[in-house]
Design a binder for this molecule. Structure first.
Ligand code: SF4
Length: 242
């Protein structure tokens, strides 16, 4: 848990994949071993406190773009069941046709039931996985991601979208492009997150970030299937508000 963490938890994204986004809170990521991530600290073991917070954010959703993205510092499985029901209610009431969630590899078998659950009310589910890189050795030995799979097709069999982590030691412009191209070949959408300092062992590499800005960013910034987050608050959620 993060004492005093008071982020903005609702935003409307008006470009590329237009949607509303809510940052809800769950019991917390059960994996917690990624060596670059402190994001999982936004959690509370008390379901009733989480539900109260989540309902307040969901009340802000208007359905303006008929699409909603739900993030929760972990996987949708870690949201309490009443929050999932509340998300369904918001979809029904605000005419939302598509809802996006995040999920770790270890919960891949929970994705199909989620699709069926929302499919029953006519809402399509899209699930995003943080792959970070398709270089399995780098991903598992250095990042500690917990996806012991070499074949991108095996990951894409469960998930619709992927996140990539770029701007870290060991990457090059060529390796970052290769990862984005692989992501685009196997997934509907790719979200590139540029590494930011956060006190965890994996650090941003300023030379790699400069190479990204110079040689990779211009190639994909106009691609409607690629989101690029130079800062992790770029979608308008996260960070601190007073
Ligand atoms: S990146 Fe995702 S799976 Fe890894 S520790 Fe953070 S919240 Fe958990």
């Amino acid at each position: 848990m993060l004492e005093g963490f008071n982020p903005n938890r609702y935003a409307v994204i008006g470009e590329k994949n237009k949607r509303e986004i809510v940052m809800l809170r769950g019991r917390g990521c059960a994996w917690r071993r990624c060596r670059f991530c402190d994001y999982h600290l936004d959690c509370d073991p008390d379901d009733s406190l989480n539900l109260e917070l989540n309902l307040a954010q969901l009340r802000r959703v208007t359905g303006v773009h008929r699409k909603l993205e739900v993030i929760n510092s972990g996987s949708f499985v870690e949201l309490d069941p009443e929050t999932i029901e509340a998300i369904k209610g918001v979809c029904r009431e605000r005419g939302i046709r598509e809802v996006h969630f995040e999920c770790h590899w270890m919960y891949r078998h929970s994705v199909a039931p989620l699709r069926a659950c929302f499919g029953g009310i006519g809402v399509e589910v899209k699930v995003k996985i943080g792959v970070e890189t398709f270089d399995t050795f780098f991903r598992e030995s250095y990042l500690g991601k917990g996806i012991p799979v070499d074949d991108p097709a095996e990951i894409a069999a469960y998930f619709d979208e992927c996140c990539l982590l770029q701007g870290i030691p060991g990457q090059t412009a060529a390796s970052m492009r290769r990862d984005i191209e692989t992501g685009l070949a196997y997934f509907q959408r790719v979200c590139v997150n540029i590494m930011q300092e956060n006190g965890k062992p994996v650090k941003p590499d300023l030379r790699v970030i400069a190479a990204f800005v110079r040689e990779v960013y211009p190639l994909y910034i106009g691609d409607g299937r690629v989101d690029i987050l130079m800062e992790n608050t770029a979608f308008g959620v996260g960070g601190v508000t007073t």
